[in-house]
Ligand binder design. Structure first.
Ligand SMILES: [Zn+2]
Length: 272
């Protein structure tokens, strides 16, 4: 029996004979996919057509994604630290080559997830990699489709999961949307891993949305809150959840410019 994968969002469900009647994430108003358009597959079914790719993203950080693109097409990030490696977000597909490569790089001490859109097959990734804990915020626990002892639900506004690796609840896109602050990232200047919580524009700015797919913007208070959450944390680089979403330098300035522009646009609609 397979653990079914939603082809729309990539979320993995428990092992079962029949696919679930709906995908709870695709039915959520942030995606709003009609029930009749939900479809299913499994890791076994795509094993001959998909494979995992790896790419160095920056100093001490590597991207891990699926080709051809699957689900929402997001990629994971492996952050390497002297105290252990952290896997940030999970694709829906993991193969033997991935296990061998990550193990050779020191394995994974912890997995952490930004929003339910990046949960993928997180429980299976953990099991394949020796069952490290998976950190996800309590405010989004209703999107957990594969309950498992490896899931570590955190409830505060911040939690340090390894020395210099801190999860910050920024909210906005989802109530429990999180960022990962890596103190030694960007060659010691600090890095923020945004996953699917924030998106990077082609021009190197940030988008703050309640729904990126149905284009519902975030309100001004929530945007200000994200700025406040990041205020105490030094950073120069910001890595979004997709291959092309990287701000290698001056990311705090990009955050400030992006927030001011969007709040201005929300506050001053044009007069007609
Ligand atoms: Zn789905």
């Amino acid at each position: 029996m397979p653990a079914f994968l939603c082809t729309g969002c990539g979320l993995q469900y428990p092992i079962s004979e029949e696919p679930p009647p709906i995908c709870i994430l695709c039915r959520d108003e942030r995606r709003a996919i009609p029930r009749e358009r939900h479809s299913w597959t499994s890791q076994q079914a795509i094993r001959d057509t998909h494979f995992t790719v790896f790419r160095r993203i920056g100093p001490g950080i590597m991207g891990i994604g699926t080709q051809p693109s699957f689900g929402l097409g997001h990629r994971a990030l492996l952050v390497r630290t002297p105290e252990g490696n952290v896997l940030w977000d999970c694709p829906s597909f993991i193969d033997e080559a991935t296990r061998i490569l990550i193990t050779a790089l020191g394995g994974v001490a912890a997995i952490a997830l930004s929003t339910p859109l990046s949960y993928g097959a997180a429980t299976e990734w953990s099991h394949v990699l020796g069952s490290p804990p998976i950190y996800l915020h309590a405010a989004d626990r209703r999107f957990v489709t594969r309950p498992d002892p490896v899931l570590t639900v955190w409830e505060d506004e911040a939690v340090e999961i390894l020395p210099g690796i801190t999860l910050l609840r920024c909210g906005g896109h989802f109530p429990g949307a999180a960022l990962l602050h890596w103190a030694q990232g960007a060659e010691g200047q600090g890095a923020v891993l945004a996953g699917s919580s924030l998106h990077v524009t082609p021009g190197g700015l940030l988008r703050f949305m309640r729904s990126y797919e149905t284009h519902i913007p975030l309100d001004a208070l929530s945007i200000r809150h994200i700025q406040e959450v990041l205020e105490p944390w030094p950073f120069d680089a910001l890595y979004g959840g997709w291959w092309d979403q990287v701000i290698p330098h001056d990311a705090r300035l990009a955050l400030s410019l992006s927030a001011e522009r969007m709040i201005e646009a929300l506050s001053n609609p044009p007069a007609y």
